[in-house]
Design a protein around this ligand. Structure first.
Ligand code: NAD
Ligand code: TYD
Length: 350
């Protein structure tokens, strides 16, 4: 059995990666290290938590002593590092936690791996999961390529850019066998409803206002989370050490257009008169420093690793909406309590 460490496995993307690896690789013992912050939810993994090749460890990547002890105990062969503070709006109101977790936490993991692998780095992999937001913001044309210069513009993207640089520096300086991928916006099941799509789905269902920042003209490039997990599998197993891979599905939407699509699809699924949910749209004060457009060129991962999205956007979106409608209890459990305070601070009087 190879011990593989996945950090942040109880979050949105991490839970899909943990599920894929547990089911696909019975010869791996998957160790999910997660602090279970507000974004980490054990209910994301109830279907696989009893698997023989799964171990959960509640720990904080900022606690370097605990991280070193874990590497000592499990002698990990590979690391897939997803744990992070991930929400741009929270990074605007509380940047410090992003610097601590995303930068220092990543450094702690690199140091523990370096120490554990010091006698032999052959076959080991430290795979850091990053975002397209490190490249900055695009105008109407063009794409982000693997060699696009970094130009992060929010505390979130600046902290992710910093951690990417440190990961590359460990490769260059110490010969650490690292890989990095930078993905576009993900959508799918199990996403915490502070991000655009689950927030809108939940509000449409409950006939609550749909808060669109600014004029809704900002563009995001959306990828189904299961396809991101498949890409992570490909990069982990087939990607070249020291390389970066951009991941995206050529699927750009203006925020207002994607919310219109959600409204119309959900009116149909909920048996409401067409146009009902569009009436809930409310334009609110824009996000500070709001990046205008993200778009990924995913040629490299397609040509080198043969990865492509497995579903069309329409298929992925249908599966996603159906999942949220069928899993009311999941949504209710996380939108009671602290979520209500967050929601009030973020949206009331905006
Ligand atoms: P998420 O916020 O849903 O999950 C983050 C997970 O990390 C949670 O389970 C949380 O409990 C855990 N965590 C946070 N701080 C921790 C700490 N100090 N110690 C241990 N665990 C901690 O995030 P996500 O959307 O699943 O994103 C996962 C990764 O993918 C992040 O690194 C993010 O930057 C990157 N990413 C996300 C997207 C996206 O669209 N969501 C796109 C590209 C890249
Ligand atoms: P988000 O899901 O926070 O992802 P990111 O900022 O990392 O791209 O937001 C996606 C887009 O939706 C972004 O342009 C901001 C916008 N947005 C709204 O208009 N209203 C909202 O309530 C939220 C959460 C986001």
């Amino acid at each position: 059995m190879k011990n593989i460490l996945i950090t942040g496995g109880s979050g949105f993307i991490g839970s899909h990666v943990v599920r894929l690896f547990i089911n696909k690789y019975p010869n791996y013992n998957i160790v999910n290290l997660d602090k279970l912050t507000y974004a980490g939810n054990p209910e994301n993994l109830t279907d696989v938590e009893d698997a023989a090749n799964y171990t959960f460890v509640k720990a904080d990547i900022n606690d370097d002593k605990v991280i070193f002890e874990l590497f000592e105990k499990y002698k990990f062969e590979g690391v897939i590092h997803l744990a992070a503070e991930s929400h741009v709006d929270r990074s605007i109101s509380n940047p410090k936690q992003f610097i601590t977790t995303n930068i220092v936490g990543t450094l702690n993991l690199l140091n523990a791996a370096k120490d554990c692998w010091k006698d032999n780095m052959d076959g080991k992999i430290f795979y850091h999961i990053s975002t397209d937001e490190v490249y900055g913001s695009l105008g109407a044309d063009g794409y982000f390529y693997e060699d696009t210069p970094y130009d992060p513009r929010s505390p979130y993207s600046a902290s992710k850019a910093s951690s990417d640089h440190i990961v590359r520096a460990y490769n260059h300086t110490y010969g650490m066998p690292v890989k990095i991928s930078n993905c576009s916006n993900n959508y799918g099941s199990h996403q915490f409803p502070e991000k655009l799509l689950p927030l809108m789905i939940n509000n449409i269902k409950n006939s609550k206002p749909l808060p669109i920042y600014g004029e809704g003209v900002n563009v995001r490039d959306w990828l189904w989370v299961v396809d991101h997990a498949r890409a992570i599998d490909d990069v982990f197993h087939k990607g070249r050490v020291g390389e970066t891979y951009n991941i995206g599905g050529y699927n750009e939407w203006k925020n207002i257009d994607i919310v219109h699509l959600l409204c119309d699809t959900m009116d149909d699924k909920l048996g409401r008169e067409k146009g009902t949910s569009r009436g809930l749209i409310t334009f609110v004060k824009d996000r500070a420093g709001h990046d205008m457009r993200y778009a990924i060129d995913a040629t490299k991962i397609k040509e080198e690793l043969g990865w492509e999205p497995s579903v069309t956007f329409e298929q992925g979106m249908n599966k996603t909406i159906d999942w949220y409608l069928a899993n009311e209890a999941w949504m209710e459990n996380i939108t009671s309590g602290a979520y209500l305070d967050y929601y009030k601070n973020q949206y009331i009087n905006r």
